[in-house]
Design a protein around this ligand. Structure first.
Ligand SMILES: Cc1ncc(C[n+]2csc(CCOP(=O)(O)OP(=O)(O)O)c2C)c(N)n1
Length: 514
């Protein structure tokens, strides 16, 4: 077999059974190797950012990497923004980037690029294959590196001669590192911190936001009176009725700092210390007050779940606590406001839904309402690079074909990677897309105000407005094979949503906001 086939077979044996691809000439041997390897699924994305965002969504739901196949520096570069989000989500992803044959690089042909310099900022591991014989081993190392806690982006650059030359065969999978256990001193320190009661908080993120560790956190709170907060932008949280309703740290720095102001201790659990999303004049980067002592029970790459269990035991937590479920109110009526949209979506979403929230300013009301919705997962924008929502929904649907995926999608962000709709149609993915059509970069209009621009000039107004022409999401969806419908009242939105949720396959609702 050639090097390409040895790489693909090795990766499949190591648990990678999905390749999200946008290939070119330098990847033709790899493309053929996908066919030569039964069990490896290949899915085409019509823009590389769709492939990388889908790999992120897939990893968040499976804990396993997909392979992303892209074409030299320029193709790969189109996927970087969503790899940045994947990096922030600690999602395992394996990049295979095709490159010119080793001996052709010196010719400086048109697509020649310094791929490593593009890939290194988003990669925890980066290697350039040297020859066909070692390519399989490189592939095994890439998978192990992506899976090393807490998970990351591993990039393998594959010069085309390494793919086409003879290889000895696949390599064996490599062992994957375990999450290290937290030493006892940190459990003891956290227990001492929580003796401060309501003036202490557990700050939860990453692996702590799953059902079991959150339950342990609730037990700890019941025993100590500490507050429970979670990071504003999380990779994945398991929430809804019967599950812990931890409080989300507010986005704006003034509100975040105010929430944290009275704490004497903040104990991080799978989360980094909270900082302001942006720097503003007169505001500090850190959100915690200077007097607040910040410590770690467990860092993002450590065994967060076991640490919480050990802490629960240390503080004598009750064996179980019943968390009150917020009331689930019915669908809204009347005008289709952001609040009505969130209320209606939370009222109708089915049990087990995976909600990809890139709703931006239209997502906050939904998130509050959804605490009372049936148990579900919610994925958010971890790295601030907009354009993850629709691709991540593709990845989540590929990961979990038996669950309904709902993409709550702000219109401006959706336009970055709307090609994902085509992949939803082609792969018959069960995704209901709700486009929050406010026809503006609303958050930037708010940020203009924060910058002291209360009466934007014509240029500032035009650069934050999405009308003239209005986007027609129904036509955009239909043009990519996804049935689309517009709703302009709470009632018509509820009707459209009921229909979409009851019908398998992709559908798009353009929620024309007031
Ligand atoms: C890749 C990338 N490009 C640009 C930005 C800057 N940016 C942040 S929010 C935003 C507009 C968001 O508009 P929309 O998605 O419609 O949500 P809304 O604010 O209207 O709720 C832009 C352009 C960004 N965060 N990431």
């Amino acid at each position: 077999m050639n090097g390409a086939e040895s790489l693909v077979r090795t990766s499949l044996a190591a648990g990678v059974d999905l390749c999200l691809a946008n290939p070119g000439t330098t990847e033709m041997q790899l493309v053929a190797a996908l066919d030569a390897t039964p069990g490896m699924r290949a899915v085409l994305g019509l823009f590389e950012g769709v492939c990388t965002g889908a790999a992120d969504g897939y990893a968040r739901m499976t804990g396993r990497p997909a392979a992303v196949l892209t074409h030299l520096g320029p193709g790969f570069a189109n996927g970087i923004a969503n790899l940045h989000n994947a990096r922030r989500a600690a999602s395992p992803v394996v990049n295979w980037i095709g490159d010119h044959a080793t001996w052709h690089r010196g010719a400086d042909a048109p697509l020649t690029t310094d791929i490593a310099s593009l890939a290194s900022p988003v990669s925890v591991w980066l290697r350039e294959a040297r020859d066909a014989k070692s390519l399989a081993g490189d592939g095994a190392a890439a998978v192990a590196a992506a899976l090393a806690p807490p998970g990351g982006v591993a990039t393998l650059i594959v010069p085309q001669d390494c793919a086409w030359e003879e290889a000895p065969g696949p390599a064996a999978p490599l062992p994957v590192a375990e999450r290290p256990a937290v030493e006892d001193a940190r459990i003891a320190d956290a227990a001492a911190a929580l003796a401060e009661g309501a003036r202490a908080a557990l700050f939860l993120g990453g692996a702590a936001l799953r059902e079991a560790p959150l339950r342990a956190a609730e037990r700890i709170a019941a025993a100590t009176g500490c507050a429970l907060l979670h990071e504003t932008f999380f990779a994945r949280i398991e929430r809804g009725a019967g599950r812990s309703a931890v409080e989300r740290l507010p986005y704006f720095p003034e509100q975040g700092a105010e929430r944290l102001a009275k704490l004497t201790r903040l104990v991080r659990v799978g989360a980094r210390e909270p900082v302001a999303f942006f720097g503003y004049p007169e505001l500090p980067s850190r959100l915690c007050a200077a007097a607040t002592r910040v410590s770690a029970l467990a860092d993002v790459d450590e065994d967060v779940a076991a640490a919480l269990e050990a802490l629960a035991e240390r503080v004598g937590a009750p064996a179980r606590v019943d968390v009150p479920t917020p009331e689930r109110i019915g669908p809204a009526s009347g005008a289709l406001s952001v609040g009505a949209l969130g209320q209606t979506l939370a009222a109708l979403q089915p049990e087990g839904a995976i909600v990809v929230d890139e709703g931006a300013t239209s997502g906050l009301a939904y998130f509050a309402h959804a605490a009372g919705a049936p148990p579900h997962d919610c994925l958010s924008l971890t790295g601030g690079a907009i354009g993850i929502g629709l691709p991540a929904a593709v990845g989540a649907a590929l990961a979990c074909p038996d669950r309904k995926v709902i993409a709550l999608q702000a219109d401006g962000s959706g336009m970055y990677t709307l090609q994902a709709l085509w992949t939803m149609a082609r792969e018959s993915l069960d995704v209901t897309v709700v486009v929050a059509a406010n026809r503006a970069y609303r958050i930037l209009q708010a940020e203009l105000g924060r910058a002291g621009v209360f009466e934007p000039g014509p240029k500032a107004a035009s650069l934050t407005d999405l009308s003239h022409p209005d986007l027609d999401w129904v036509s955009l969806a239909n043009g990519m094979g996804v049935p689309g419908v517009r709703a302009d009242s709470a009632e018509s939105f509820a009707d459209a949503l009921r229909r979409a949720l009851a019908t398998p396959g992709p559908a798009l609702i353009e929620a024309w906001l007031d």
